[in-house]
Design a protein. Structure first.
Length: 252
């Protein structure tokens, strides 16, 4: 059973574990404010903190704290590798990135996956549609090698966006999203990246942990398959999840 890991985190230290660095850039709120578009954006996309619990479209995955998401990491897809900046999102389960087939304005300003340049890409006839609280994407599903840090996940299913309507993804500093929630939330029945890591025994332990540093720009990371004891203050306390959907617990 998956459990929620609560970590009391202290100063940055180095340890020989599998991790992927996170970097903190400008938030979407900052970008919109600098371009004089924040007020207009908020009028069109009012924030609803309860939206994630509504299943209006059948595969809805609202982004929580969508204007202040600032931590991104780099992954690669394909052979040879094509790099993408993604948000590691614990509130959704799909992996998707822009593709060369996308004609939306949002895709023109981001890295786009070219399946014709990957010798390991396998196409499908399956479509993908994901509706977020502030935007949406549609595309197709494919299989390829996804590399996260030094972990190579072969035959990983992922989405190649063909449309990204609206302005949310256009102003977003990340290319795509790597979901870390449970398979029950995945659109089109796609198996999440971390679940394939566990199934293929690519991680030492069936868990991941997150460290966010205080200095803002550097030191943050996602740790796959282990716990770094140098970042815990009083050890680990395990709390069962209330459901295998979101990483949520019951509180009195």
């Amino acid at each position: 059973m998956k459990l929620l890991l609560l970590l009391a985190l202290v100063a940055l230290a180095q340890c020989h574990v599998t991790r992927i660095p996170l970097r903190r850039g400008k938030s979407l709120r900052q970008v919109l404010r600098e371009n004089g578009l924040l007020e207009q954006f908020l009028e069109r996309h009012p924030y609803n903190p309860a939206a994630k619990y509504f299943n209006i479209f059948g595969s809805s995955e609202p982004m929580v704290n969508y204007l202040d998401n600032e931590y991104y990491g780099t992954i690669s897809i394909g052979t040879p590798a094509q790099e993408f900046t993604v948000i590691f999102d614990t509130g959704s389960s799909n992996l998707w990135v822009p593709s060369i087939y996308c004609k939306s304005l949002a895709c023109s300003d981001h890295n786009r996956f070219n399946p014709t340049k990957s010798s390991t890409f396998v196409s499908t006839n399956e479509s993908l549609s994901i509706y977020y609280g502030t935007g949406s994407m549609t595309g197709v599903l494919g299989y390829d090698t996804v590399t996260v840090a030094d972990i190579h996940v072969h035959n990983q299913i992922f989405g190649l966006s063909e449309t990204e309507p609206g302005d949310f993804f256009y102003y977003s500093p990340f290319d795509g999203i790597l979901g870390l929630a449970f398979p029950s939330l995945a659109s089109s029945g796609a198996t999440p990246v971390f679940d394939n890591m566990m199934a293929e025994h690519l991680v030492a332990m069936d868990l991941f942990s997150v460290y966010l540093s205080r200095d803002g720009r550097s030191g943050s990371f996602v740790l796959f398959g282990g716990i770094d004891p140098l970042y815990t203050l009083t050890g680990i306390r395990w709390i069962p999840l209330s459901a295998e959907t979101y990483w949520q617990i019951t509180m009195d």
